[in-house]
Design a protein around this ligand. Structure first.
Ligand code: BES
Ligand code: ZN
Length: 395
């Protein structure tokens, strides 16, 4: 009897918990701020220059257009090495290889020639690598670029470097290579080296190295708004291996949320909404934007509001410059001018535009794979505080 009673209590408890979970889930799913953040997070790491970042920009373009805004995409490039998927093909089999950072691209075909020792100039004297692909061990006090240059000097058309520790390594070259160079994991590479010593192995090395990244700033405004008084923005790119939830799907969603709240109001005719790319590579997107803006355009701005990491930590912090410090103080009284991480407002500040930075301080999951959730309540609170400030700035 007692057992039965406990059982039914447990069942009741579970049912209530389930109902609460379903209810809160559907409440948040109905919250567009959270839904937008979630849509960005679920794309995965939005590293500037990658297809995922492009997908994120398309998602944002779509959202802004649905709200009635016109959207421009401002593209820019900057030096940033990419391996777009390098490989080795042997007998129709494809083996993953990693392009060395600063390798030139190419796809040479030839015999794999095992170079003895560690690829010093004298090691190439005992083998014939002319028009072939040299394969050599990492280490021995010989730098990657030295191995590659020695191979090239001996006539090789490609180089494979076998890691001397488990797994692969993203090797960095001190200067660009003149022949394609890639690395192999220790296990795969060592067996290929041994095979090449015994028999002829024909291979094609494909190095898909790209020296630059293409970034995309998304700019949204109502038709014919050429000179805004306010720029409201945040970066949408994230670092490698992080879904960038707090940093910075949170800020991107809040900017979009402000655009949604104001879409039908006269205030929207004085604002440009922006999602910056390339922030994590050194504020590249906002820098490209301010560098291309004319002086009259920048002087016509009353302020730039930047949102970065606003989905974690209860306390909303504001850091203002120029005329924005006192305006923020008059509204929230919680202006914290202590310097935190760098973000896109700095590009505007450097051009003497008054800025206001919305953030929530240190996040234990900053730049980690665990940066995967934001608090819907904090997004809403940030949006509502920002809306008050927007009204005040534009009045
Ligand atoms: N979101 C961070 C900056 C940040 C950190 C804001 C902590 C609020 C609290 C930003 O994306 C970042 O990582 N910035 C870099 C510098 C940037 C120029 C690459 C940083 O702070 O190290
Ligand atoms: Zn950030």
């Amino acid at each position: 009897m007692f057992l039965r009673f406990r059982k039914s209590r447990i069942l009741l408890g579970m049912t209530i918990a389930f109902l609460i979970a379903t209810l809160t889930h559907s409440l948040f799913a109905a919250d567009p701020l959270f839904a937008d953040a979630q849509a960005l997070i679920s794309l995965g790491a939005r590293v500037a220059g990658t297809p995922t970042a492009e997908r994120a920009s398309e998602l944002l373009i779509d959202r802004y257009k649905k709200l009635g805004y016109e959207v421009e995409v401002q593209t820019f490039t900057y030096p940033k090495f990419f391996d777009a998927g390098s490989s080795l093909s042997i007998d129709g089999k494809t083996i993953e290889a990693w392009a060395m950072v600063r390798s030139i691209a190419g796809n040479p075909s030839g015999r794999l020639v095992a170079v003895p020792n560690y690829g010093k100039p004298e090691d190439f004297k005992t083998v014939d690598v002319r028009n072939q692909i040299a394969i050599v061990k990492r280490g021995g006090g010989v730098q990657f670029i030295q191995k590659i240059e020695n191979a090239a000097a001996a006539g090789a058309i490609g180089v494979l470097i076998v890691n001397n520790q488990p797994g692969n390594i993203r090797g960095m070259l001190m200067k660009p290579s003149t022949i394609p160079a890639a690395s192999l994991p220790q296990d795969v590479g060592t067996s290929l080296l041994e095979q090449a010593q015994k028999t002829t192995v024909q291979a094609t090395l494909t190095v898909k190295a790209q020296p630059d990244a293409l970034g995309r700033n998304v700019i949204a405004h109502l038709p014919n708004v050429k000179q805004p008084k306010l720029i409201i923005g945040g970066h949408f790119d994230s670092v490698e291996n992080s879904p960038g939830a707090n940093d910075n799907a949170s800020g991107t969603a809040v900017v979009l949320g402000i655009a949604r709240s104001l879409a039908k109001s006269p205030a929207a005719k004085q604002i440009w909404f922006m999602a910056f790319d390339g922030e994590e590579d050194g504020l590249k997107g906002s820098e490209a934007f301010v560098d291309r803006a004319t002086q009259p355009f920048l002087s016509g701005l009353k302020a730039m509001l930047n949102f970065d990491m606003v989905g974690v930590n209860d306390r909303l912090l504001l850091d203002g410059s120029g005329t924005m410090t006192s305006i923020a103080q008059s509204i929230t009284g919680d202006v914290n001018s202590s310097r935190f991480g760098g973000s896109d407002h700095a590009s505007f500040k450097s051009k003497n535009v008054s800025t206001l930075f919305f953030f929530r301080g240190k996040d234990p999951n900053y730049h980690s794979p665990n940066d995967k959730t934001v608090d819907p309540r904090l997004l809403k609170e940030t949006q509502d505080e920002a809306l008050k400030i927007v009204q005040k700035v534009l009045q």
